[in-house]
Ligand binder design. Structure first.
Ligand code: SUG
Length: 418
């Protein structure tokens, strides 16, 4: 078995829009009411996948969900036409594009039964995200249908779970036993804490982790209040390296002591608030970058272009690269359409360490497949969507047609209804 890191990116759905639905997500609030560009958004996502392939990594995808979410509206006793504008927007969100919130993943070397465990996230805190999980689960069951995986339904909705965005894994290498860090939120001033401690504990049990190698740590209240609605906005891990803002965690010293004791070769790359204030970290999404080890062994940060454009962040990156630190290369990607809704490069991907041979190949991509997807999206995705038009018949027909064309191109029409 050869375990490799695979990033499964959510293809940006044709209903991508800026309805401003996520309280505590500053970009989503700032851009509420803007006209979105679904085609450009999806093409930016495909270009990011090409950047990852170019590094020599394996790349995967998830498909957009059926929108509008007609079944969810029916459960609320209404329809697309009958719903008020807010409810309709909740049913039209393309938020499943942020695959880091699809599930939490514990790779085989960490689990008692030697399977790679995935638990779909219930995303119960935000209405527009709470109806994602059934279609996500259907997809996980196909992509990870082999014996090598154990796919779990959601943790009961009493406890909010937002998936891998609040989970990090540190290990000497992807194929070795790791330490899993579950980050939860307690209280957040004006904003909701989305990951509940009980949900994190449940995940560690469901995934059959060794309790000695699971760490539970609270997000700092200051980080959530500053707009870090998910931990992956202020921290990311790769191999034995933790890259984090100094204000990410409530009990920073406790976490670092545990990691130093439990992870062979643990290395901290910490950014001081004096160098990059929390507000700049959140605006630029420095930590919502993909920190990956290319096959040539070079640890690379695939960061949003906003990092280059934020002076404190650009200066920090320059100093770090010159200092011979753990991150040896920084590549920039333009995912501005997603960023405007608070989703950076790392939000768009679910990282799964597994043997690529165990994954349904329809969920893996190469350049040729990306070319085919580019053609479908260029032809079928709407150029733009105004929030006021989210219930318009023509918009809805276009969104449904576009998704059907994509499923057809990927030979995944069995996912048509969810
Ligand atoms: O849940 N934005 C998402 C962004 C998720 C980012 N994911 C990670 N950090 N892993 C969210 O807040 C936009 C809201 C709208 O469509 O109006 C939104 O849902």
């Amino acid at each position: 078995m050869s375990i490799r890191e695979i990033n499964f990116d959510g293809i940006v759905g044709p209903s991508h829009n800026y309805a401003g639905l996520s309280l505590g997500n500053l970009a989503s609030a700032r851009n509420a009411g803007q006209v979105s560009h679904p085609r450009a958004a999806a093409l930016q996502g495909l270009d990011k996948m090409r950047s990852i392939l170019a590094l020599g990594l394996v790349q995967g995808l998830f498909v957009p969900q059926p929108r509008p979410a007609r079944g969810w509206l029916a459960g609320l006793g209404t329809t697309v036409d009958g719903a008020d504008a807010t409810l309709a927007a909740n049913a039209m969100s393309a938020s499943a594009m942020w695959a880091a919130n699809a599930a939490t993943v514990s790779p085989a070397p960490d689990t008692a039964d030697g399977k790679c465990h995935l638990t779909v996230a219930n995303l119960k805190t935000m209405p527009h995200r709470s109806h994602e999980w059934p279609a996500t689960l259907a997809q996980l069951r196909v992509a990870f249908g082999s014996e090598a995986f154990a796919v779990h339904g959601p943790v009961p909705p009493a406890f909010g779970d937002e998936g891998a965005a609040n989970h990090m894994r540190l290990a000497p290498s992807h194929g070795e036993a790791g330490v899993e860090v579950f980050v939860y939120g307690v209280s957040a001033g004006p904003f909701p804490a989305r990951q509940h401690f009980e949900a994190s504990k449940a995940l560690s049990r469901l995934h059959r982790l060794d309790p000695a190698r699971a760490i539970f740590i609270a997000q700092s209240e200051e980080a959530i209040a500053a707009g870090a609605f998910h931990n992956d906005v202020v921290a990311v891990a790769n191999g034995p390296v933790l890259f984090a803002h100094e204000k990410a965690f409530a009990e920073r010293d406790v976490l670092l002591a545990e990691l130093a004791a439990k992870v062979d070769g643990f290395e901290l790359v910490e950014v001081a608030d004096a160098d990059v204030p929390l507000a700049d970290a959140i605006k630029s999404y420095l930590f919502n970058a993909q920190l990956v080890t290319a096959p040539d062994g070079v640890m690379t940060l695939v960061a949003p272009t906003e990092c280059r454009d934020t002076p404190s962040v650009a200066a920090w990156i320059e100093r770090h690269l010159a200092s011979n630190g753990a991150i040896r290369r920084v590549d920039y990607v333009d995912v501005r359409q997603s960023m405007a809704n608070g989703g950076g490069p790392a939000c768009q991907r679910l990282r799964v360490a597994c043997d690529p041979a165990d994954v349904d190949p329809r969920f893996l991509v190469d350049e040729a497949k990306l070319d085919r997807l580019t053609a479908v999206i260029s032809r079928a995705w709407p150029d733009e969507i105004a929030v006021a038009d989210l219930q318009a018949d023509a918009v809805i027909a276009n969104v449904e047609r576009a998704r059907a064309a994509l499923l057809e191109a990927l030979d995944l029409t069995k996912l048509a209804s969810g």
